[in-house]
Design a protein. Structure first.
Length: 468
């Protein structure tokens, strides 16, 4: 299984499609029962049935870490039923390793397991819920013997677990808000229009029920954050020594600071040690790795309200327009830097650098048609309304308003960090509905006597024989 995971990682780095190969190889690891058919879904369903009858024994902490790492690599190509069948087997083996004290003596296995569990969480929440308590139980004893790289992985994994839980919580709150509105509209339809008092009383009852349910869910979601904050407070000396170690890299610092920001664990001494070490590593790296890691570290400082002006000066010098460092930044890095400097630069010391960032982001907004910054595209609820477009006759004015809305949205997206998923997700049905609406709009305009948009002047010039 570890070999399949390693193969998938290497093929993915080569930008090859690996799902068919992984599915083919996984059948040898989890063979179907004799009565199973040869279909893909039936094969994996039969394999999951066989796993439920299986009992693991004596794998050991290192082997379990390799299994979890491989599962994290191939989780996207496995059926959820197979991951659910593996959950009790791996949980029982992990519990045995923790009880014997073997896992506490293997810091590398603990850090690998936490990374794998954080990566698997999106594919199978059941597997994460079954394994995480056992690994967290062994983490305090192993944390003090970890290398700086392993410390940063543990902090990142805890932050990733909390970030995904927070994202799921926000999505659930949005869905619940829509359900709540529909329920209130339904109750309003049941109550007569003149009985306003009964309607208000019913709305209060529904609100009270929703508030009680939200409190119960919040108490469950805050367990990881509270545990991680207490854990990092208790092992603060180990984290400090890791951040000050000469063996730590800029990648490790970026991972650890992102995890601290995700956990909302504000420790100015930790952030100051991390930024000081990052300052010393800046001269040893090129612009590409700096463009990947420095915005993440500065965003973490802004998220935790840590005003470290020396690091802000370093970032401004590295990406100064005169040194052409801005060309290595991606759109999400622009968003994060603009939001971070807007929050941290209270004295307006870096106004020139902030102006350069704003101009660069305005350029990305105007280049939206080149698919370079399609995540700044406006949702239909965020775009200029049709009513306002009819009131504004000037088309350049409408374009300016849309660009202004996209710019403000981009700056607001910076609060989510340079690693947030900012793409607008549209289903196939929504894309088809948008395409049909555009075609219907063209037909209506033709029926009203409006012509198609006139070609640009450059098109007429190209038709001229004397045009060069």
């Amino acid at each position: 299984l570890w070999s399949i995971g390693e193969l998938r990682h290497e093929l993915h780095q080569s930008k090859l499609r690996v799902e068919p190969i992984v599915r083919f190889l996984v059948r040898f690891v989890f063979p179907p029962s004799q009565g199973g058919r040869s279909g893909g879904g039936d094969t994996e369903g039969a394999a999951a049935g066989e796993l439920e009858k299986t009992r693991l024994g004596g794998l050991g902490a290192k082997a379990l870490a390799s299994v979890l790492w491989a599962l994290a690599a191939v989780a996207a190509t496995l059926e959820k039923s197979m991951l659910q069948a593996l959950a009790p087997l791996l949980a029982a083996e992990l519990a045995a390793c923790v009880e014997s004290g073997e896992l506490q003596q293997e810091p590398q296995a603990v850090s690998t397991m936490l990374w794998a569990i954080a990566s698997i969480q999106k594919a199978s929440a059941n597997l994460t819920d079954a394994l995480l308590p056992h690994v967290l139980e062994a983490t305090p004893a192993a944390f003090d013997r970890m290398t700086p790289r392993q410390v940063s992985i543990v902090i990142w994994a805890l932050g990733a677990l909390e970030a995904l839980a927070d994202a799921e919580r926000r999505a659930r709150e949005k869905e619940e808000e829509e359900v709540r509105k529909r329920r209130l509209r339904f109750e309003a339809g049941r109550v007569s229009g003149g009985d306003a008092a009964a309607l208000a009383e019913r709305e209060e009852e529904v609100e009270d029920v929703w508030e009680e349910e939200e409190k119960e869910e919040e108490s469950d979601n805050l367990e990881i954050k509270n545990w991680a904050q207490k854990f990092l407070t208790k092992h603060r000396a180990t984290a400090l020594s890791a951040f000050r170690s000469l063996a730590i890299t800029l990648d490790d610092i970026a991972l650890a600071t992102w995890g601290l920001a995700s956990l909302e664990h504000r420790d100015e001494a930790l952030m100051r040690a991390a930024t000081e070490q990052a300052d010393s590593l800046v001269t040893r790296c090129g612009h590409k790795p700096l463009a990947q890691h420095l915005p993440r570290i500065l965003w973490a400082c802004a998220r935790l309200d840590c005003y470290i002006y020396k690091f802000m000066e370093t970032v401004a010098n590295v990406f100064e327009p005169a040194r052409r460092g801005l060309r290595h930044l991606g759109p999400d890095a622009y968003h994060a830097l603009i939001w971070s400097y807007k929050k941290l630069d209270k004295s307006n010391m870096y106004s020139n650098f902030r102006y350069a960032l704003d101009r660069a982001l305005w350029g990305l907004v105007k280049q939206k048609r080149k698919v370079r910054a399609n995540h700044i595209d406006l949702d239909p609820t965020e775009d200029v309304s049709q009513k306002l477009r009819k009131e504004i006759i000037s088309i350049p004015r409408i374009y300016y308003l849309r660009n202004q809305l996209m710019f403000e949205k981009a700056v607001k997206l910076g609060e989510m960090g340079p690693d947030a998923d900012m793409m607008i997700k549209r289903t196939h049905q929504e894309k088809e509905a948008s395409r049909l609406a555009k075609q219907l709009r063209i037909v209506r305009n033709q029926e009203k006597g409006y012509s198609q948009p006139m070609p640009k002047l450059s098109w007429f010039l190209r038709q001229s024989t004397n045009f060069t």
